[in-house]
Ligand binder design. Structure first.
Ligand code: ADP
Ligand code: MG
Length: 234
């Protein structure tokens, strides 16, 4: 079974008379519980691809199935529901709510989207805070946290609804190299612990080598696939 399967996946943007082919006939498969990176220079189509996988953007052509659902057939409401139930997001600039504490940021999806009962919510938030090593900072607000700590909170938030797939668009772009490396490895640890598939994008060669599988993008095309699993596990 594949978790994500794309065939001939294409996205064309039109701005007036100008047409930009952001993603061109991409074929790829992402397996359950894998740790995958899309790599390539700025403008190569990484965000467009992740946005389509995350049902935030609609393919122009081709087929895309995520968790055995053909997502090109979902209307806006169904796409939002599918996202809320199955997919977590991590962003380059963290996107935490500034007036909420670390604890409350992680809890937010369980209140706003999933409406979990209070006791179950508390257990789940504490479990995630612990998993990302942020128990001691539970009551701090984002402006009291370092970049790496903010991204730890964002990882916990992405996992709190038991997402099967977490998409992270350049999650380390605003972090120094050592912190970036630690954040990627925390994501990998979360994959091991929860069995969640992580798909991230990056243009940092050191970070991309931490992925098990990398898809290299050039000018909207997937030009190569590298499977590092042998190398990593030796
Ligand atoms: P990356 O994330 O690798 O930097 P993007 O997916 O953001 O690449 O962009 C791929 C190409 O699509 C670029 O040429 C970009 O300018 C173009 N593009 C992205 N989003 C839009 C949009 N909403 N409208 C028009 N062109 C876009
Ligand atoms: Mg991008």
């Amino acid at each position: 079974m594949s978790l994500v399967k794309a065939q001939g996946l294409t996205k064309t943007y039109r701005n007036g008379d100008v047409e930009v082919q952001a993603v061109k006939a991409a074929d790829f498969v992402i397996e359950p519980a894998s740790f995958v990176a899309f790599v390539g220079p700025s403008g190569s189509g990484k965000s467009t691809l992740l946005n389509m996988i995350g049902c935030l953007d609609h393919p122009t052509a081709g087929t895309l199935s995520v968790l055995d659902t053909d997502i090109s057939t979902l209307d806006r409401g169904a796409a939002a529901h599918f996202r809320g139930s199955n997919i977590g997001f991590i962003f380059q600039d963290f996107n935490l709510v500034p007036v909420l504490t670390a604890y409350e940021n992680i809890e937010y999806p369980l209140i706003m989207v999933q409406k979990w009962p209070a006791e179950k919510r508390r257990e789940q938030v504490m479990r995630l805070l612990k998993a990302v090593g942020m128990e001691a900072q539970a009551d701090k607000r984002p402006d009291q946290l370092s970049g790496g700590q903010k991204q730890r909170v964002a990882i916990a938030r992405a996992l709190v609804s038991n997402a099967k797939l977490v998409l992270a668009d350049e999650p380390t772009a605003n972090l120094d190299h050592d912190t970036a490396y630690r954040i990627i490895n925390l994501m990998k640890k979360m994959r091991d612990e929860f069995g969640t598939t992580f798909v991230f994008s990056t243009h940092d060669p050191k970070i991309m080598s931490e992925a098990e599988v990398t898809f290299t993008l050039e000018d909207g095309r997937v030009v190569s696939t590298t499977d590092n699993r042998e190398a990593i596990h030796v």
